[in-house]
Design a binder for this molecule. Structure first.
Ligand code: 5GP
Length: 176
């Protein structure tokens, strides 16, 4: 399978978009503490960039769920691979995600986290692909809305590669 990668969101645009989301969070939460829950592995680059611009006290925790194998098509099956290290009861939780696509992963995750009685819970995503939504879920904070393309870079992989690209790229599969 041959493919080419082209730039969708260059590095400087990405940084500016993420800064704007951070400003909105700063305005909304003021000096309240926030607890960022990062969904591994794709959310890591977004979490670190976003958290640099947050002004309140921030704590972080990680969880890992599976919805994609090495394929580029959502299976709709969500499994917890790694749970959070700490309880989220009474915390102001912001779930930090790389991308909301069908919404299957997030709708499962958010309802599971709500059962743990956080003070509040919001969803912050770097990318949103609303055209493919299967579950009724909207992010509270979105840095970029993108078309229905398979993207990679800045945490997002293609067969576990390309997470370290500093920009968001699009994979174009060549005709066979
Ligand atoms: P959803 O459950 O919303 O369909 O999928 C969420 C997860 O699927 C994301 O956290 C991400 O890991 C993966 N995903 C969805 N779309 C893409 C994409 O365009 N590129 C990559 N690399 N992963 C994607």
């Amino acid at each position: 399978m041959s493919y080419t990668i082209s730039k969708l969101i260059p590095e400087d645009e990405l940084r500016e978009g993420i800064k704007k989301v951070a400003e909105r969070i700063n305005n909304d939460y003021g000096d309240k503490d926030v607890h960022l829950v990062c969904v591994l592995k794709g959310g890591v680059y977004f979490l670190t960039e976003l958290s640099k611009y947050l002004k309140m006290n921030v704590s972080i925790d990680f969880m890992s769920v599976s919805s994609y194998g090495s394929s580029t098509v959502s299976s709709g099956v969500v499994k917890i691979i790694k749970d959070l290290d700490e309880p989220i009861k009474d915390k102001n939780v912001i779930v930090v995600e790389d991308i909301v696509d069908t919404g299957n992963t997030l709708s499962y995750l958010i309802s599971m986290l709500k059962d743990r009685e956080p003070a509040s819970i919001k969803l912050c995503t770097m990318l949103d692909k609303p055209s493919r939504r299967e579950k009724d879920i909207d992010a509270d904070y979105t840095a970029f809305t993108i078309p229905d393309k398979f993207v990679l870079g800045f945490g997002l992989d293609f067969d576990q590669k390309y997470r370290n690209l500093p920009y968001i790229g699009v994979v174009e599969f060549d005709e066979q």
